[in-house]
Design a protein around this ligand. Structure first.
Ligand code: GDP
Ligand code: IMO
Ligand code: MG
Length: 429
C-alpha cells in the first residue's frame, strides 16, 4: 500500500507544504488529517506564492484529489475564503478536487473570541497561539459538544449554535468580553453554506480506502511540528492536536499499515513561533541573520519566528516518536553565507551531559546546549540540482545530520521554488 506520511520534525514551518507540492508529481491523493487554520503551508510555483491553511498542499495540481479528514478542525469562513482565493487564481476549477469530511469539527467565531480572551488572561504565561480558535474547538470535540461540518447543512443549525453559544457567552462574560450573537453567526453562515455544500462528503476514510484498493499513491500531510504535539511536545506550550505520525491514522480513519514511508521535514536550523522552551534559540545577530535569510515570519500570523541552531537532541527525540524513515532537509540555502554553523549535539544541565530530550519543562528552560561547529560553504546553492554539485562542506553538514539522526536524507531543498529541490540518491558522493 503506497502511503507516504509527511510530518514536521521541529516546531512547525519546516517546509511541509513545499515537500507535498513536489511529491504530488508522482501521487494521486493528498490528505490533511489534523490541525486547522493555525497551519500556514507555503507553495512557490513559477515565482508565485500561495499560502494554504486548511486545504491540502496538492491543490495546485489538477490531477490531485485533496481530502480534509475527520481530525481537522475547519473554520467555514476561512475555508470559504481559501476556496475563493484559489478559484480567483485559476485553481480548483472542478469542485470534485476537494472533499471535506462530514465529521470535521467546526471552528465558529466564539472559538476565536475565547482563544483570544484566554491568551489575554494568561498575561506573561500566554502560549502565543495563532488566535484561530483551534484550542477551544478541539476542547468542544473532546467534550462531545462540537458542531461538525454536516451540521452546517442541518435544519437545526440555528438551534445547535444557540445551545453551543449559551455556554461560551458565560465564559466570555467571565473574561470581560462581549457576548456573541447566535442569529448573527447563523446569518453569516447562510451566505457561505451553499458554496461549501459541493465539497461535502460523508466519509473521507472510505475514499482513502478506495484509493488504497486501486493502488494509488497517497500523501498524508501533517500540520504543525512534533514539538507542538499535545501529548509529546513541550506541554503546555503546544497546540491542541496530536501532531506526530501516529495522529495520521486516527485523524484519517485508516490502519497503521497504510503508510510505508514517514518523511521528517527538517529545517537546516531551528525556529519556533509563540512562547515555550527553545534550547538553541539565538537572541543575537546570528539569530537575526537566520530570521532574515530564512524570511522567518509566520505564514499565518506574520509574527517573527524565533531562530536558532539545529537541535539534534530534540531531533533525535522527534525521529523516535515519529518512527521516521527518511529526512527532507529544507532551507540549506539560508545557511550559505555563514562561516561556521552550529549544531547542538547534547545538553548540559547542572554539570551533567544529557543526550536525551528531557520531558521536564524546568530542565528544558534552564539547560545549556552543547554545540559542535561545522565549516560553512559561503557559496550560493539556490541553483544546484544534484547532491554531487553541492559544496563539500554542505555535503558534510548533511552527512553529519544523517549520522546524528541515524536516518538518510533523501530530499534536499535549496530554495522556496518548486524546482529548487532534488533527491539525494542512496550513494553518498
Ligand atoms: P510549513 O508550515 O511546514 O509548510 O512551512 P511554511 O510554509 O510555514 O514555512 C516555510 C517557508 O520557507 C515558506 O516561506 C517556504 O516558501 C520557504 N521554503 C521552503 N523550503 C525552502 C528552502 O529550501 N529554502 C528557502 N529559502 N525557503 C524555503
Ligand atoms: P504549520 O503547519 C508553527 C504554534 C503557535 C503556538 C502554539 C499553539 O504551518 O507548521 P494554536 O493556535 O495551535 O493553539 O497555537 O502552536 N503553532 C504553529 N507554529 N507552525 C504551525 O503550523 C503552527 N500551528 C500552531 O504559534 O505557539
Ligand atoms: Mg507554516
Amino acid at each position: 500500500m503506497p502511503g507516504t506520511l509527511v510530518v514536521g520534525s521541529q516546531w512547525g514551518d519546516e517546509g511541509k507544504g513545499k515537500v507535498i507540492d513536489v511529491l504530488c508529481a508522482k501521487s494521486h491523493l493528498v490528505v490533511r488529517y489534523q490541525g486547522g487554520p493555525n497551519a500556514g503551508h507555503t507553495l512557490v510555483v513559477d515565482g508565485k506564492k500561495t499560502v494554504l491553511h486548511l486545504i491540502p498542499s496538492g491543490i495546485l495540481h489538477n490531477h490531485i484529489q485533496c481530502l480534509i479528514a475527520n481530525g481537522v478542525v475547519v473554520d467555514p469562513f476561512t475555508i470559504h475564503q481559501e476556496i475563493q482565493g484559489l478559484k480567483n487564481n485559476g485553481y480548483l476549477m472542478d469542485n470534485r478536487q476537494l472533499r471535506i469530511s462530514d465529521h470535521c469539527t467546526m471552528i465558529l467565531p466564539y472559538h476565536r473570541a475565547l482563544d483570544a480572551a484566554r491568551e489575554e488572561a494568561k498575561g506573561k504565561l500566554k502560549i502565543g497561539t495563532t488566535g484561530k480558535g483551534v484550542g477551544p474547538a478541539y476542547e468542544d470535540r473532546a467534550a462531545r459538544k462540537a458542531l461538525v461540518f454536516k451540521d452546517l447543512f442541518s435544519r437545526n443549525l440555528k438551534e445547535k449554535i444557540e445551545i453551543a453559544i449559551a455556554e461560551k457567552n458565560v465564559l466570555l462574560k467571565h473574561y470581560g468580553k462581549a457576548e456573541q450573537n447566535a442569529t448573527e453567526i447563523y446569518n453569516q453562515l447562510q451566505e457561505i453554506i451553499p458554496q461549501l455544500e459541493p465539497f461535502r462528503v460523508a466519509d473521507t476514510s472510505l475514499l482513502i480506502h478506495e484509493a488504497q484498493e486501486a493502488k494509488k499513491n497517497i500523501l498524508f500531510e501533517g500540520a504543525q511540528g512534533t514539538m507542538l504535539d499535545i501529548l509529546h511536545g513541550t506541554y503546555p506550550y503546544v497546540t491542541s492536536s496530536n501532531t506526530i505520525a501516529g495522529s495520521c491514522f486516527t485523524g484519517s480513519g485508516i490502519g497503521p499499515k497504510s503508510v510505508d514511508k514517514v518523511i521528517a521535514i527538517t529545517k537546516a536550523y531551528a525556529t519556533r513561533v509563540g512562547s515555550g522552551p527553545f534550547p538553541t534559540e539565538l537572541e543575537d545577530e546570528t539569530g537575526e541573520f537566520l530570521q532574515k535569510e530564512g524570511n522567518e515570519f509566520g505564514s499565518t500570523t506574520g509574527r517573527a519566528r524565533r531562530c536558532g541552531w539545529l537541535d539534534l537532541v530534540a531531533l533525535r527525540y522527534s525521529y523516535r516518536v515519529n518512527g521516521v524513515s527518511e529526512t527532507a532537509m529544507m532551507k540549506l540555502d539560508c545557511l550559505s553565507k555563514l562561516e561556521n554553523i552550529g549544531i547542538c549535539t547534547s545538553y548540559r544541565y547542572k554539570g551533567i551531559e544529557l543526550k536525551d530530550f528531557p520531558s521536564d519543562l524546568e530542565i528544558l528552560e534552564n539547560l545549556e546546549p552543547v554545540y559542535e561547529y561545522l565549516p560553512g560553504w559561503q557559496e550560493d546553492i539556490g541553483g544546484v540540482k544534484r547532491f554531487s554539485d553541492l559544496p563539500e562542506n554542505c555535503k558534510r553538514y548533511i552527512q553529519r545530520i544523517e549520522e546524528e539522526t541515524a536516518t538518510p536524507v533523501r530530499f534536499v531543498s535549496v530554495g522556496p521554488g518548486r524546482e529548487q529541490s532534488f533527491n539525494k540518491t542512496k550513494s553518498r558522493s
